[in-house]
Design a protein. Structure first.
Lengths: 186, 206
């Protein structure tokens, strides 16, 4: 597949939230006060670094030594350590920009989006350039959807809905309808 | 069995906490059952090991240790499935390793009690509710897109028993590949949660 088609597919028709179910929990926790740009750029940087390091680890250590079964443990360790490193650098040098990194720190780890992108790269056996493009595109897709949902939540809370469907159920139904818009028929 | 009474307010919400792995996999009843049993195994044993170790670890490393223990048990489940039921392992794909991160979310619903037996009881109850709810979800989803209920198809390499039930015999609507898409999964989960809320609140006055 060409690089451009991978990029466009990862944003629109193969969006990781709508079609691979990754990162829905962090979407639901957002409200219209969350700084979408900040979470988006953090996810972009982290997923970029993580895909490069995981690709190198996979190609040059895991496959030649034939120990692919250990990949889960290794990637979890990698992601947690990279997020810790990111948090340390931010709190030391850029404290003004990221005033409450502690709240969003857990959002980044339990997001499953970064880990999911790493696993999808291995599953589709992308080369290094293809996996970089895919991680950039999927982060942009995630940010797009975060922006849509965080603006929609306030409006959904105010509109007249049956009491039992308020909150989470109507949000999931809306997410499904958005997924139907982005769909691609085979 | 009064001890195992309903101590969780909303069992369907459990499904949402592990949504990534659970919903993605539950296209058939059999997949849901295998995923539910795996989640029960992982959640129970990682909670037991964590509760025994957690006193000796400083605060900075608690999250890391929790995730590592969960991923060790996920690797055990992965290797067992890969050896004995390879078709289910390939259909699970990326969603089995993602359980190591998702079980952290599930753990937030548990109360922080120190003794071992309440933790075992809580994990068992949560896991069994998860299996029941996920099987219900998988059945409805499978009837919608494939018009069958697969009780045991792929695990027949172990048990040698194959059972696929066809639900509506002559039908032109139901075997429809549109209903297998993730959009219908989200909508179905939202409807199920809303109906459960309505059922639970039906006695309360406005």
């Amino acid at each position: 597949m060409s690089l451009f088609s991978i990029f466009v597919t990862s944003i629109l028709t193969g969006n990781i939230v709508l079609f691979s179910y990754l990162g829905v929990t962090s979407l639901v926790k957002s409200n219209n006060k969350t700084d979408v740009l900040r979470i988006g750029t953090s996810t972009l940087l982290l997923s970029l670094i993580t895909t490069v390091v995981s690709y190198l680890l996979n190609t040059y250590i895991l496959i030649p030594l034939n120990i692919e079964f250990i990949s889960t443990i290794l990637f979890v360790l990698l992601i947690v350590s990279l997020v810790e490193l990111f948090k340390y650098i931010i709190t030391k040098y850029y404290k003004k920009l990221y005033s409450n990194i502690e709240n969003e720190y857990l959002l980044l780890i339990t997001n499953c989006a970064i880990f999911g992108v790493v696993l999808l790269n291995i599953n589709n056996s992308y080369s290094l350039v293809e996996s970089i493009i895919y991680s950039i595109g999927s982060s942009i897709g995630f940010t797009l959807l975060l922006y849509i949902i965080s603006n929609l939540k306030a409006r959904l809370d105010k509109s007249p809905i049956i009491k039992s469907f308020k909150g989470l159920p109507i949000l999931l139904i809306t997410l499904g309808i958005i997924a139907m818009i982005f769909i691609r028929y085979n | 069995m009064k001890k195992f009474a309903l101590s969780i307010e909303n069992p369907l919400l459990i499904l949402f906490l592990v949504i990534t792995s659970a919903i993605a996999v539950s296209t058939t009843l059999e997949n849901s059952l295998v995923m539910g049993i795996s989640v029960l195994f992982i959640f129970l044993f990682s909670n037991i090991v964590i509760s025994l170790i957690l006193k000796f670890i400083s605060d900075k490393f608690k999250l890391l240790v929790h995730l590592l223990i969960a991923s060790i048990f996920v690797t055990i489940v992965e290797l067992v499935l890969k050896e004995y039921i390879y078709t289910i392992y390939t259909s699970f794909g990326i969603y089995l390793p993602l359980l190591s991160l998702c079980c952290l979310e599930l753990d937030r619903t548990t109360s922080k009690s120190e003794e071992l037996w309440p933790i075992i009881k809580r994990s068992l109850v949560l896991g069994i509710y998860f299996i029941i709810v996920l099987s219900l979800f998988g059945t409805i989803r499978e009837i919608l897109w494939n018009n069958t209920i697969t009780v045991m198809n792929k695990t027949s390499s172990i048990t040698g028993y194959r059972e696929i039930i066809k639900v509506f015999p002559k039908n032109e609507v139901f075997p429809n590949s549109f209903f297998a898409t993730p959009a219908i999964a989200f909508i179905l989960l939202g409807i199920m949660l809303g109906l459960y809320n309505a059922f639970r609140n039906r006695g309360e006055s406005k």
